[in-house]
Design a binder for this molecule. Structure first.
Ligand code: C2E
Ligand code: MG
Ligand code: MG
Length: 722
């Protein structure tokens, strides 16, 4: 091979060097993508070399030398620039080697090629060169066409882009350069944000104040670089008027002519967002107070319970119920009740720490959830109690509602959670139970959950169920306790309710009146009592020795407060035919805490028919004496608690005397209840008391037993044995 490559004389190496030079320059031009020039250069250069050298050299070797670089360059063109450079390198190295071999005389003598072979070889090289030139020209043309096609595609997509950009039917479009300068906006953008094209184009979004908060812009940029070339993002932009708009942006980074742009389509979602938030608010917040509702509370409790178990901390639930809310609502109307609830909500929110939850469950029930308390149960309970006490005192402050000062108190039940894994309903139930405990401990206080409560409450629920059934099955009866005048005349009786329970026997009202009041069962129950009492009165009216008796009937505040109470009483009188003047209604002082005027109006209406009124348990309540003067009363009943110790406790004696004096000055009869001994009766008589009721004379009796008593004594006079 080497033999064929070596020139016969040193001067013959010039031709090869010229070829190498042509090849080198051609390769450089191709490498620099100057295809057109490269092709011209190589075609003409190679051709010139061949022509020039053919004149001076003979032999078949020469055309092969000429062909060598052409083939090398052809391969380079087809295979790649690197291959061409490599081939050029080899050519140069071979040429240098030839020159050196020539000068040192190492070359063996080579006989000249025969002319025919030489001619064939030369023609072959010429043909090869021509074919190469034709190929290169064609390849170049194809390349040119390809580029033109590519340009056309690019132009088309630019056009399309411009159409989407300018004529997007809904979204505002904005294109910025990567450093933020606004390049273009469409009409929608101008419409949506108020700036004109001139104000926008060429300036940056930050300059004109499109970003109200630069942190939003940073977020946007970060999101874009994180998510790659396209992304959807929600943020806040500022309208030219200064109004903040919530927008949804869909952005892409595009590259045109080597410059990258951020193209964003933005839709104003302020209204949609507001609607979504409103739906959210309605679903999770109480419309009256704006506090979280039960659903949201459950949600947060669920999270808090998980967090507490994970971080080994305890949380607490405070269940809050307003003590006299129902009365306020009934007497002053629901809108007053609503205003009170709002103020309560504000005070609650003001009494807890930032991260705590205040929720309204409904009605006058609120729940406060405290998180992140100590991991020690005693300490956590103390923390919860401190906040609970703070709430109690905050809710005790007077409420100013529409020029009215209202006093309201809460009962709080508290429990801890987070010590063990449990259902979210459990702590709520416990706090609710504890709240009832606070109620039965006298209200306006806080109680922690105590497991013993559970059984009590179960019994309570059972009692309520039984009471309802008892009403339907008519298990209630009245017993009658004689009321005796000074001198021993039995002038009347008090009707006292008894529950004739199928299993438990006679149940006294102390066991069920309070619950009936709470549950509202007192309304049908009270009506039933009135009915029974009046029926009895009507019967007595026809019986000798009984016709003169008055009958006192206890009326609970809630019963009296119902709107139709007056009508109810009048209707019962009418229905039963009982003489109204013989009926006496016993009211309690607790009725007088609210709306005395309304009470007086009702009393007057009933009194107009001749029905009398007594104030029961007098001295235990807190009625203001100034009211007393205005009430159409007939009788004060000294509570039995003062009678019990009248002989031993000078305070009780003083109170009894005060009631008697008060009754005298107001022109009212004063009756002492719970008189058990003659000594008590005498002491009361000495103080000026007019009438007595108590075991001293008789226990409450069934109607038959009372008749029996009448037969056995000097009825209607009851004489007492000392
Ligand atoms: P009250 O109206 O003050 O009735 C007097 C209570 O004292 C009755 O208890 C009676 O049995 C009891 N008592 C009478 N004399 C003596 C005595 O000498 N010593 C002692 N220790 N007690 C005496 P009772 O019948 O258990 O009724 C308790 C309360 O239940 C009543 O107190 C009244 O507030 C309420 N109540 C009873 N019946 C009705 C009713 O029909 N409707 C309403 N709303 N409440 C009623
Ligand atoms: Mg009574
Ligand atoms: Mg009483």
């Amino acid at each position: 091979m080497i033999f064929w490559l070596l020139p016969e004389h040193a001067s013959q190496a010039w031709g090869q060097m010229a070829m190498a030079l042509v090849a080198l320059v051609g390769a450089v031009l191709l490498w620099r993508r100057r295809y057109r020039l490269g092709i011209y250069w190589m075609a003409s250069g190679v051709w010139l070399c061949i022509m020039g050298m053919s004149l001076f050299h003979e032999g078949v070797r020469t055309p092969i030398y000429y062909a060598l670089p052409i083939v090398v360059i052809f391969l380079g063109w087809v295979v790649g620039t690197r291959a061409a450079l490599f081939a050029v390198g080899i050519t140069i190295a071979a040429t240098v080697a030839l020159i050196a071999a020539d000068m040192l005389g190492w070359r063996p003598a080579v006989p000249p090629s025969p002319p025919l072979l030489h001619g064939i070889a030369q023609s072959f090289v010429l043909l090869l060169s021509a074919a190469l030139v034709i190929y290169l020209v064609q390849a170049y043309r194809e390349r040119l066409q390809e580029m033109a096609r590519a340009h056309e595609v690019l132009r088309q997509s630019e056009l399309k882009f411009a159409t989407t950009f300018n004529a997007n039917p809904v979204a505002g479009s904005i294109a910025t350069q990567s450093e933020g300068r606004i390049v273009a906006v469409n009409d929608n953008f101008v419409r949506d944000f108020g700036w004109s094209r001139e104000e926008l184009e060429g300036r940056t979004a930050v300059e004109i104040g499109l970003w109200p908060d630069l942190a939003h812009r940073t977020q946007f940029r970060e999101a874009l670089s994180r998510q790659g070339r396209t992304m959807n993002h929600e943020t806040v932009w500022r309208h030219r008027s200064g109004e903040l708009r919530r927008i949804s942006i869909s952005s892409s980074v595009i590259e045109l002519d080597g410059v990258s742009y951020i193209l964003s389509f933005c839709t104003d979602i302020t209204t949609r967002k507001a609607a979504e938030e409103e739906i959210q608010r309605l679903a999770f917040f109480d419309p009256l107070t704006g506090l979280p509702n039960r659903r949201l509370l459950m949600d947060r409790l669920d999270q808090a319970m998980t967090a507490c178990t994970r971080h080994q901390r305890l949380g607490a639930l405070l269940f809050i119920d307003l003590d006299n809310f129902k009365t306020l609502n009934d007497t002053h109307g629901h809108d007053m009740g609503d205003l009170l609830l709002r103020q309560v909500a504000q005070r609650l929110a003001g009494s807890v720490r930032e991260g705590d939850t205040v929720a309204r469950l409904g009605g006058d029930e609120f729940v406060v959830m405290l998180e992140d308390l100590s991991r020690d149960a005693i300490e956590a309970a103390t923390q919860a109690e401190t906040i609970g006490r703070k709430i109690v005192s905050a809710l005790n402050e007077l409420y100013e509602i529409r020029a009215l000062s209202v006093h309201s108190t809460p009962s709080l039940g508290a429990t801890l959670f987070g010590a063990e894994i449990e259902n979210i309903e459990e702590p709520i139930k416990r706090a609710d139970l504890a709240m009832y405990q606070a109620k039965s401990a006298g209200r306006n206080t806080i109680r922690f959950y105590d497991p013993r409560m559970q059984s009590l409450l179960l019994a309570r629920a059972a009692l309520e169920r039984d009471l309802r059934a008892a009403l339907q099955q008519d298990q209630f009866v009245l017993h009658y306790q004689p009321q005796v005048q000074r001198g021993g005349l039995v002038a009347g009786a008090e009707a006292l309710l008894r529950w004739q329970h199928p299993q438990r026997g006679l149940v006294s009202p102390g066991e069920f009146i309070a619950l009936s009041e709470e549950t509202g069962l007192i309304l049908p129950l009270g009506e039933r009592v009135l009915e029974l009492a009046c029926t009895q009165l009507a019967r007595w009216a026809t019986q000798p020795g009984m016709a003169h008796l008055t009958l006192s009937v206890n009326v609970s505040p809630r019963q009296f407060q119902q709107e139709q109470f007056v009508d109810q009483v009048l209707a019962v009188l009418q229905r039963t035919g009982a003489p109204p003047a013989r009926l006496k209604l016993e009211l309690t002082e607790s009725l007088l805490i609210s709306n005395v005027d309304e009470v007086i109006t009702k009393m007057d209406a009933i009194k107009a028919r001749g029905v009398g009124f007594a104030l029961d348990d007098f001295g235990t309540g807190y009625s203001s004496l100034s009211y007393l003067k205005r009430l159409p009363l007939d009788q004060l009943k000294i509570d039995q608690s003062f009678v019990r110790d009248i002989l031993v406790d000078p305070n009780d004696a003083a109170i009894a005397r005060m009631v008697i004096v008060l009754g005298e000055s107001l022109g009212l009869e004063v009756m002492a209840e719970g008189v058990e001994t003659l000594a008590q009766q005498q002491a009361l008589q000495a103080l000026g008391c007019h009438a007595y009721q108590g075991y001293l004379y008789s226990r409450p009796l069934t109607v038959e037993a009372l008749a029996e008593l009448a037969r056995q004594t000097g009825w209607p006079i009851m004489t007492l044995r000392g």
